[in-house]
Design a protein around this ligand. Structure first.
Ligand code: PLV
Length: 304
């Protein structure tokens, strides 16, 4: 192999199990197949390469886990040192994966927002490029490519279902829909009840900062979504769906049986909206779920 790819084209398949369950075609975009196990490789790969070209000495990120793992991966491929700030909710299982990519991991605070503050400070002290996990145009541009890949398959779903943390995936997907001329394809933005910063912002029409995160889906746990979510909401149909932690975990387990892939509850949130035939989806035709993935959950944790 020459240089390892920063991200790859992922499989796009119809799910027999989910289609039979919903009584409509359900397609899956397997972002769980990216090198670090989540869609993050796409946008973060783009941003890290830009920093490398601009001459950054290193990279620093703040993360609920997956963004950090994607930065660690990109840093190793690009030959840049990486420091990842994580809240203390991130499991040892995940911390070890980030370290295995050669990055330094520092625990900073109890939620992602606190780790973010530390990482911004660190980046200016050390002259490292700060890799924001969701609020950066290059990150959105990188994520948007997954929609171009779907359009290339000549399947136009009637809607997209995805999970929302800080909204980077959502902004990238909507950008991609506009790029391929699918402005009429609505997006269902799924969150768990204890991490519903997107639902709050969409309802209020302005950014709302949650007091705390109470969901097990820690990688959905940004207390405020990015402003770009509200900007897109003025030009694109975005509907919010809330699910329980239990439903998200149940969906992860069913997904292991149906598709032999372990994903995090963050991804289980989007899957559960379809497994549980959410009423908002009943008025739609075919559905495409972005299987955003996530490397932070072991099979053992899912069972517990
Ligand atoms: N996770 C971010 C933010 O965490 C992180 O640092 O890893 N699905 C998975 C598996 C994720 O890891 C994330 C984000 C999302 C969905 C949501 O993506 P977003 O933040 O772009 O909406 C606090």
């Amino acid at each position: 192999m020459t240089r390892e790819p920063l991200s790859i084209q992922t499989p796009f398949l119809r799910s027999a199990a989910l289609s039979a369950n919903l009584k409509n075609d359900v397609y899956l975009k397997f972002e769980s197949s990216q090198p670090s196990g989540s869609f993050k490789n796409r946008g973060i790969g783009v941003l890290c390469e830009e920093y490398k070209i601009a001459g950054a000495k290193g990279l620093v990120s703040s993360s609920g886990g997956n963004a950090g793992l994607a930065v660690a991966y990109a840093g190793r491929v690009l030959g840049l040192p990486v420091t990842v700030m994580v809240p203390n909710t991130v499991s040892e299982f995940m911390v070890n994966k980030i370290k295995a990519e050669g990055a330094e991991v520092r625990v900073a605070g109890t939620v992602w927002d606190e780790a973010h503050e530390q990482a911004v400070k660190f980046s200016s002290e050390k002259n490292y490029g700060y890799v924001h996990p969701f609020d950066h145009p290059s990150v959105w541009r990188g994520h948007s490519k997954m929609i171009e890949e779907i359009a290339f398959e000549n399947v136009k779903p009637s809607c997209i279902v995805l999970s929302v943390g800080g909204g980077g995936l959502l902004c990238g997907v909507v950008e991609g829909l506009h790029k391929v001329g699918w402005r009429d394809v609505p997006v269902f933005a799924v969150e768990t009840e204890g991490a519903a910063s997107c639902a709050a912002a969409l309802q209020a029409g302005k950014l709302i900062t949650l007091e705390k995160i109470t969901s097990v889906a820690i990688t959905l746990g940004a207390k405020t979504v990015c402003q770009q979510v509200l900007n897109w909401n003025e030009r694109h149909t975005i509907e919010s769906i809330l699910v329980t932690d239990d439903a998200a975990i149940r969906a992860c387990k069913r997904f292991v049986d149906d598709h032999r892939v372990v994903v995090e509850p963050a991804c289980g949130a989007a899957l559960s909206a379809v497994y549980d035939c959410h009423p908002q989806l009943s008025k739609m035709g075919s559905v495409c779920i972005i299987v955003c993935g996530g490397s932070g959950t072991s099979l053992e944790q899912l069972k517990q």
